[in-house]
Ligand binder design. Structure first.
Ligand code: ZN
Length: 265
């Protein structure tokens, strides 16, 4: 059932490629659940102090233009309402960066290629899971307070003269040993050495939002741990495919590659 008028007068929501978009729905008596269909996924809303909200991710390669998002309200008496919101994705220009890394990260051995493929599948399975609750309650924060850098999200990358996937996170300046803090409360779902990412920690914040912390020198958490915002989860390092020590901070929202800084706004 498509009900006209629920969003009467609501203009399309405008969002840039690689951004997180917050959707809000007012509180209503008898309202039991709200869900948005976006990118072939059902993303639940949760009830906050001033209404229902969720966060949806717009991938950095999402096609510019209007995309339909279908919202569904379910009431305790069994009524179900649907409405379509237009989300207008604005194209962005991303710079190209050229990097020199150890040849083994560009010309992969059969063994390393198999390992990278296996890990890629494992990671995609993590991103595909949408925990139907928000595990956080405070605003998101930068994992290294007061750090510089981190404005290279989305850069098209050329490693040793070979084009590779765009940069899916923000690289924060950090000497080896710098304490890395959780951007928000969540559950650790992975803490292990990965071929490209080196020592990596993945945190599930719920609603399909994951933050990742790569190239660490040491772990301070393990899978299954619930960690609070600001808790040290590891130390910065230079493990994996890097040009030197730094923190790669990444965020996925329902699998979409988004700029972690867009979570802070
Ligand atoms: Zn990076």
């Amino acid at each position: 059932m498509i009900m006209e008028g629920i969003a009467a007068g609501v203009a399309a929501l405008v969002v840039g490629q690689g951004q997180v978009l917050r959707l809000n729905v007012p509180n209503e008596p008898g309202l039991e659940a709200v869900v948005v269909e976006w990118n072939d996924q059902s993303i639940p809303f949760v009830q906050g102090s001033d209404g229902w909200f969720t966060l949806v991710g717009v991938d950095l390669d999402a096609s510019p233009g209007e995309h339909a998002a279908e919202l569904m309200w379910t009431y305790r008496d069994g009524r179900v309402w649907h409405d379509i919101r237009q989300i207008d994705v604005a194209g962005r220009e991303f710079r190209t960066t050229r990097l020199e890394v150890a040849p083994k990260y560009v010309e992969l051995s059969a063994e390393n290629a198999a390992r990278a493929a296996r890990e890629s599948q494992e990671i995609n399975e993590i991103y595909a899971r949408i925990t139907p609750e928000a595990l956080w309650s405070e605003p998101f924060a930068v994992p290294i307070p007061g750090t510089t850098g981190g404005r290279n999200f989305g850069h098209r990358r050329v490693f040793n003269d070979q084009p590779r996937a765009p940069h899916s996170g923000a690289d924060l300046t950090a000497a080896t040993g710098t304490e890395i803090r959780a951007t928000n409360r969540g559950r650790v779902v992975l803490a292990k050495d990965l071929f490209y990412s080196g020592n990596a920690v993945f945190v599930d914040h719920g609603l399909g939002i994951y933050s990742v912390y790569l190239h660490l020198s040491e772990f301070r958490v393990k899978p299954g741990d619930i960690i609070n915002q600001g808790q040290v989860l590891g130390l910065a390092g230079a493990t994996g495919r890097v040009t030197g020590p730094h923190l790669h901070w990444g965020v996925r929202a329902q699998g979409a590659r988004v700029d972690p800084f867009s979570l802070l706004q």
